[in-house]
Design a protein around this ligand. Structure first.
Ligand code: SAM
Length: 284
């Protein structure tokens, strides 16, 4: 049994090591026994999977991953947790803990060195203060991974997984769709953590695909166009893109007509496919 779901056990474990939570590092540990097995099952979808975990904490999710995956590499920034993890992970020989900041880790090299011949997924209850930088680092590195299963603030989940046309849709939603098929798996109430955060959470899954990968120059322009289009959400795209790639309003209107896009649309109404087609014409 995973004792790390028992709040009294956790409290005595932490007290034994004199550990107190760091708000700055986003330390809210899961105490609801139903969540981690579900996250691990979504991550480990076959028996040849290795998992990279970000922020194991005391190892509650790490244990569920270790039971199912071939290998687990967990990256934890807080060195006070290392001795605790030595204790809570001691029966698992397929787990390796790396002390470091995920944002500084060369994940491509880690994949090569640690996961030869395996499929790899990433799984984490993410520290809320750096959710987007972590997710965008993984996506933009175009790593050879299957999926990212992550617990994030509910509001962030709604934004990351937003569909075109919805109020939550923004530049980050378009970027996420460029690299993956996103889905919200389930919601998690704030009462599932110690200490209890001020907001509820959701577990999302980003199924990585390589369907859209464009040449570097076009990709850079795509994200420039997406950012410009969303920078003033109330503006029509013909106004927000005026001057982008040296194109005048008249030229943009002509491109939109050609592509069957209403130039008076607002950014949130354009699909990723619309943005890609627009970009290909804007760069010419
Ligand atoms: N996985 C544990 C759980 O579900 O209970 C802990 C999750 S807690 C929300 C986030 C964890 O990420 C903490 O252990 C924190 O120390 C760690 N962390 C914060 N920033 C990090 C970073 N930049 N790189 C790696 N770990 C980080």
């Amino acid at each position: 049994m995973n004792k790390l779901f028992d709040i009294n056990y956790i409290k005595s474990l932490l007290a034994r090591y004199g550990f107190n939570f760091s708000k700055g590092l986003g330390q809210n540990f899961i105490v609801d026994g139903s969540i981690c097995p579900r996250m691990a099952e979504e991550s480990v979808v076959n028996d040849n999977i290795g998992v990279i975990e970000i922020g194991p904490g005391i190892g509650v999710l790490t244990r569920e991953l270790a039971k199912r995956a071939k290998k687990v590499i967990s990256i934890e920034i807080d060195n006070r947790l290392l001795t605790i993890l030595d204790e809570t992970m001691k029966e698992f020989s397929n787990v390796k803990i790396i002390n470091g900041d995920f944002l500084n880790i060369d994940v491509a090299s880690l994949l090569k060195e640690e996961f030869e011949g395996m499929d790899v997924s990433i799984c984490a209850n993410l520290p809320y203060y750096i959710t987007s930088p972590i997710i965008m680092k993984i996506l933009e590195s175009k790593l050879d991974i299957k999926s990212i299963v992550a617990m994030v603030q509910k509001e962030a989940a709604d934004r990351l997984c937003a569909k075109p046309g919805s109020r939550e849709c923004g530049a980050v939603s378009v970027a996420v769709r460029y690299y993956s098929n996103p889905e919200i798996l389930f919601n998690v109430p704030r009462t599932s953590f110690i200490p209890q955060p001020e907001v509820d959470s959701s577990v999302i899954k980003l199924n990585i695909h390589k369907d859209n990968i464009l040449p570097d120059k076009i990709e850079k322009t795509l994200f420039h166009i997406v950012k410009s289009s969303f920078s003033q959400r109330r503006k029509t795209i013909i106004n927000s893109l005026n001057g982008t790639c040296g194109k005048s309003k008249i030229e943009i209107e002509r491109i939109c007509e050609l592509l069957n896009i209403n130039p008076k649309s607002r950014a949130e109404n354009l699909t990723l496919e619309n943005f890609i087609k627009l970009t290909k014409h804007m760069v010419n």
